[in-house]
Design a protein around this ligand. Structure first.
Ligand SMILES: Cc1cc2nc3c(=O)[nH]c(=O)nc-3n(C[C@H](O)[C@H](O)[C@H](O)COP(=O)(O)OP(=O)(O)OC[C@H]3O[C@@H](n4cnc5c(N)ncnc54)[C@H](O)[C@@H]3O)c2cc1C
Length: 372
């Protein structure tokens, strides 16, 4: 790794003009991700302001940048929308942040095969808008849908809305194209996708993805509440055993329901004043399914829920939870901040895990009370 010098800057200015940014304030914005770095780690990581931020417009420009940076030993950090919270976009060795803002084209749509080829910087919301006129829609998306990129999700890895039916995002990627350090381009598909999925951009920089999509259909939603995590686990197991045609399943714990109730309504930037919906202090699940499956879900679901001590919530709550599914961060306003985490648990251990989280999260005073 060499120190970024004036010659490096000149090369970037010549090649990218105003799309190479050296402004100290703007570079500062690219020095972190969405999470608050724990104070304990901060001294170990040091300063993370990159030397430059570059926005390539095409794969050709990306190839030139990668080959040049490798030759000059300048670190590169690819960045989609910066909505991840695990440090993958933090330029810990400074160098150049590649911002994919301008690489967001839809390259092709194959309606028959239900495939779409896209550049990595496109957001899910932008992609949906392009797909809908063709009668197609994304199979699954993260709850950061309005502000996260396709490339970022493959590189970060994860599951989201629609994963009940479709699994991990990487299982829904047909192929990907990466730019390697020497500037060569490689198309990968099938099992080999493992090399780039969840790799945080360390194995190559994504320049294109072909993603499986689905036919557009009307979606219906319903919500139910359960007194404890064991009851909701039993419901989830029944949904699986009875093969209910559910597309998406999201659930929150009572603490989250309580925080959502407390979160102040957004009134700034012209947000419309919403009527406040009060959620019960319970485990709450929101299910989404296709309209064509309405009868079968409507017939079986109430019986399952009743059997497992749950209750169906009003349609107003279901619609509200669904419409606000992208607005999780509203609870951040209660402060001080959030630390993102992700766990994968077998369904039969979900009850134990949620109980443990509940116990560990108890405020100190109520814990002490419990000891008396
Ligand atoms: C409110 C909220 C809700 C969320 N919900 C979900 C959810 O439901 N499911 C979920 O899985 N995650 C979720 N996330 C986490 C995050 O939004 C996702 O991981 C998202 O896919 C990241 O996309 P991004 O464009 O913001 O990527 P970034 O944060 O910019 O980057 C993520 C990683 O990908 C790498 N990368 C980006 N672009 C490229 C590229 N072209 N080539 C190679 N590597 C690249 C980066 O270096 C970094 O390591 C959520 C986050 C928030 C804030």
């Amino acid at each position: 790794m060499t120190k970024f010098n004036s010659k490096n800057r000149e090369w970037l200015e010549e090649k990218f003009a105003e799309r190479a940014n050296f402004n100290p304030t703007e570079r500062l914005l690219y020095s972190h991700d969405i999470a608050a770095m724990p104070n304990l780690f901060r001294p170990l990581i040091g300063k993370t302001v990159p030397d430059a931020v570059v926005q390539p417009e095409s794969e050709k420009e990306l190839i030139a940048l990668v080959a040049w940076a490798s030759k000059n030993k300048i670190p590169l950090v690819p960045r989609g929308k910066g909505s991840s919270g695990y440090g993958g976009i933090i330029p810990t060795r400074k160098g150049i942040v590649i911002d994919f803002y301008r690489m967001k084209r839809v390259v092709s749509i194959d309606k028959e095969k239900e495939l779409v080829t896209i550049e990595p910087g496109i957001t899910w919301e932008q992609l949906d808008k392009k797909l809908k006129p063709k009668g197609l829609v994304i199979r699954l998306y993260p709850t950061s849908y309005p502000s996260s990129s396709a490339g970022g999700w493959l590189a970060q890895g994860g599951a989201g809305i629609g994963s009940y039916e479709y699994g991990w995002f990487s299982d829904n990627v047909e192929s990907a194209r990466i730019v390697l350090p020497d500037g060569k381009v490689k198309d990968i598909s099938g099992k080999k996708l493992e090399v780039v999925a969840d790799a945080e951009g360390t194995t190559g920089i994504l320049s294109q993805l072909t993603v499986r999509v689905q036919k557009l259909s009307n979606i219906k939603v319903t919500a139910f509440a359960c007194p404890d995590a064991y009851a909701i686990t039993r419901i989830f197991q029944e949904l699986i055993d009875q093969k209910l045609p559910i597309w998406s399943l999201i659930f929150i714990n009572p603490r989250m329901a309580e925080m959502k109730n407390r979160a102040p309504a957004r009134t700034h930037h012209g947000h419309p004043v919403e009527s406040k919906i009060i959620l019960p202090a319970a485990y709450i699940a929101t299910l989404a399914f296709r309209e064509k499956d309405r009868e079968v879900v409507g017939d079986k679901l109430p019986k399952i829920i009743k059997k497992c001590e749950g209750e169906i919530l009003s349609q107003t709550i279901a619609d509200h939870e669904w419409e606000n599914r992208f607005k999780l961060m509203i609870v951040k306003r209660l402060g001080p901040s959030l630390v993102p985490a992700e766990v994968v648990v077998p369904l039969d251990k979900l009850g134990d895990l949620m109980e443990e989280i509940e116990k560990k999260n108890q405020p100190a005073c109520s814990k002490r009370r419990g000891h008396h």
